[in-house]
Design a protein around this ligand. Structure first.
Ligand code: NAD
Length: 452
């Protein structure tokens, strides 16, 4: 069976893609098992070389991949270039890890213990539609480096770059049964991956709701899962911050990728004493965001991913709560303007649900303790920013906020050589950073008796 892929910019069908059923998925998982059995035996130097070849292929085709993502996902061309480049970077980074998968040797009474890091087996990587390229790469690069084979399931609506990346992997010499892309429905292909006993580890990025289902399905097999889930992060601005910089960057900390970003700082917390002066600058910045055809070099925000998603985002916005808005094109494309809202009820779902669109709510706080309390008033804990010129305060607040990734005087979230993941319902486990390969290894501990 085939399913259609629609561009959120033109609303036209741009491709048809294979929709696998359960039997086909199982066959592909068996192939991945055969791939694992040979890939784990490839000498580390050779495996590293193949991953570097793969990285080089991605690098040579960056512009093509970026343009494909613009068409399929509506990402701005500058973001899409960053995303393709990120895949190249993680491949180079984890190619360097292959030769450092070292165990330990531990002296013990009567002998010595040695530990081996052994690849866990076939790894299932299930990714969402909002960042198809980097999120896939954060899983497959360390998994392949560790000696695992990979079955990668892209989201139904954004499969095109994953399919192209697989072709580049094969051109680079990665065997076809070691890295496969399985397209189709989450309930069918996704669940077959999670429940198949040959798949020894699942990395899932997506909604908390589906994350709960994946963990439940994996539990009877005691199958390890890494979960990267939703977020409702805070951007906290103190009165001693550089207000000009904080206001100028605040729109990009939430409207980037049209707000379809798990790290979006969708709750803006501003200290009472500077509320008016900050909001004046912030309004100017929001109205300056260029929402336009994402293929244009000047574009800073593209459309939302689909008509149904736009409807969902809009359902959170009531006109009386809107403080101000930016502009966006009308007509073809799933456009939505950058929108700033303020609600008085602290229990409002606007302040607690992940809206996943270009909508930010504004709240005020009196002091540090209240800022931390509001930031923590969420079932999520993925990201966040703290703006202050007092470094001690920056660190105190960062220590107080229950979140996996925070930045002080910055709105950045991800650096591939540092760990990434969430507290609370934002996830389980960490991706990226120097230890990411550990998630794809079993540790075997062997005692050698030296007294015989
Ligand atoms: P989603 O949970 O609907 O789907 C994610 C993936 O899971 C898709 O490939 C989908 O086909 C698959 N899937 C759906 N049901 C499944 C099932 N029952 N079994 C197995 N697989 C299934 O999420 P989405 O709408 O594609 O993405 C948006 C969500 O992803 C947001 O909540 C966002 O916060 C989250 N996200 C988190 C991170 C992070 O790193 N924490 C990063 C990006 C996105």
């Amino acid at each position: 069976m085939l399913f259609e892929v629609v561009s959120p910019v033109t609303e036209e069908v741009i491709a048809t893609v294979e929709e696998l059923d359960v039997a086909q998925t199982e066959r592909r998982i068996h192939q991945a098992q055969r791939g694992f059995e040979s890939w784990r035996k490839v000498a580390p130097g050779k495996r590293a070389e193949l991953l570097r070849n793969f990285a080089r292929k991605v690098e040579e085709n960056l512009e093509e991949l970026a343009l494909l993502e613009v068409k399929n996902s509506g990402h701005t061309i500058s973001n899409a270039r960053w995303e393709a480049n990120n895949v190249k970077d993680v491949l180079y980074y984890y190619a360097g890890a292959v030769e450092r998968l070292n165990g330990l040797q531990i002296p013990v009474q009567g002998g010595i213990n040695v530990t081996f890091k052994e690849p866990i087996g076939v790894v299932g990587i299930i990714v969402p539609w909002n960042f198809p390229m980097p999120i896939a790469g954060w899983g497959f690069a360390p998994a392949l480096a560790a000696g695992c084979s990979v079955v990668l399931k892209p989201a139904e609506i954004t499969p095109l770059t994953a399919l192209r990346i697989a072709e580049l992997a094969y051109e680079a010499g990665i065997p076809e049964n070691v890295f496969q892309v399985l397209t189709g429905a989450g309930r069918v292909v996704g669940e077959s991956i999670v429940t198949n006993p040959l798949v020894k580890k699942v990395v899932f990025t997506g909604s908390t709701e589906v994350g709960v289902r994946i963990q439940t399905l994996a539990a009877p097999q005691i199958k390890p899962v890494t979960l990267e889930l939703g977020g409702k992060s805070a951007n906290v601005v103190f009165e001693d911050a550089d207000l000009t910089k904080a206001a100028a960057t605040a729109p990009y900390s939430v409207f980037d990728n049209a707000g379809q970003d798990c790290c979006a700082r969708s709750r803006l917390l501003v200290q009472e004493s500077i509320f008016e002066s900050f909001m004046e600058k912030f309004e100017q910045a929001v109205k300056g965001v260029r929402v336009e055809n994402p293929e244009l070099e000047s574009s800073e925000m593209g459309p939302l991913i689909s008509a149904s998603h736009r409807k969902r985002v809009d359902s959170y916005v009531e006109e009386e709560n809107v403080l101000f808005r930016g502009s966006c094109p009308t007509g073809t494309g799933y456009w939505y303007p950058p929108t700033v809202i303020q609600v008085s009820d602290a229990n409002s779902k606007v302040l607690h649900d992940e809206i996943f669109g270009p909508v930010v709510s504004v709240q005020t706080f009196k002091d540090e303790n209240e800022a931390i309390a509001i930031a923590n008033d969420s079932e999520y804990g993925l990201s966040g920013s703290i703006w202050t010129s007092n470094l001690g305060r920056g660190i105190r607040v960062a220590q107080g906020v229950e979140s996996g990734n925070l930045s002080v005087n910055s709105h950045s979230s991800v650096r591939y050589w540092t760990p990434f993941g969430g507290y609370k319902k934002s996830g389980l486990g960490r991706e990226l950073g120097p230890n990411a390969t550990d998630a794809f290894c079993e540790i075997k501990n062997v005692f050698i008796n030296t007294e015989l």
